[in-house]
Design a protein around this ligand. Structure first.
Ligand SMILES: [Zn+2]
Ligand SMILES: [Zn+2]
Length: 166
């Protein structure tokens, strides 16, 4: 693959080596991850581009229900040969990785792609009403339920209202 212009297409599925994602949602360790990648030899190294597919599992940020999300995240990165002197601005680019010239360590670039594609706050549905802040009931199951006395500090006011009404 050292010859510039050479290209190889790889399509492979493998178990995730570790959780790919954030604390809230991610592809669990051992779950299948599918990579469709093109490896293209360029002057400085190997240009990798393609897609990572998998199923992320997480927790709804409002009601704590399980959230499943299909991922189809674009992957791209330049793996530079160890002897490549990169131009200054490349150093800061997050899509540039060093490699030993033999083995591409894809975990980081795949992880970055997956994390970028995941929601910051996973939700079971966009309008999830969440949990009742008094009793923890799922408001999606019981949207109209209320509590008579909301807080001890309200109790005095509540009895005042009751007196007025009676
Ligand atoms: Zn929810
Ligand atoms: Zn409640």
């Amino acid at each position: 693959m050292r010859r510039p212009g050479a290209q190889r297409i790889v399509s492979e599925a493998f178990p995730a080596p570790a959780v790919l994602g954030t604390d809230l949602i991610g592809v669990p360790e051992g779950a299948e991850v599918r990579l469709e990648l093109s490896f293209e030899s360029v002057q400085e190294g190997i240009w990798v581009s393609g897609t990572v597919n998998g199923t992320a599992i997480g927790e709804c940020g409002r009601c704590l229900d399980e959230v499943r999300q299909e991922i189809a995240a674009p992957v791209q990165g330049l793996f530079e040969y160890p002897d490549t002197r990169s131009a200054g601005e490349d150093e800061d680019s997050e899509d540039v990785f060093k490699f030993d010239g033999e083995n591409l360590e894809l975990e980081e670039v795949v992880r970055d792609a997956v994390v970028t594609s995941l929601p910051f706050t996973p939700l079971c549905r966009p309008d999830c009403p969440g949990l009742c802040d008094q009793c923890g009931a799922r408001l999606a199951d019981d949207p109209d339920h209320t509590h008579d006395v909301r807080d001890p500090r309200w109790a005095a006011l509540q009895s005042f209202i009751n007196e007025k009404e009676s």
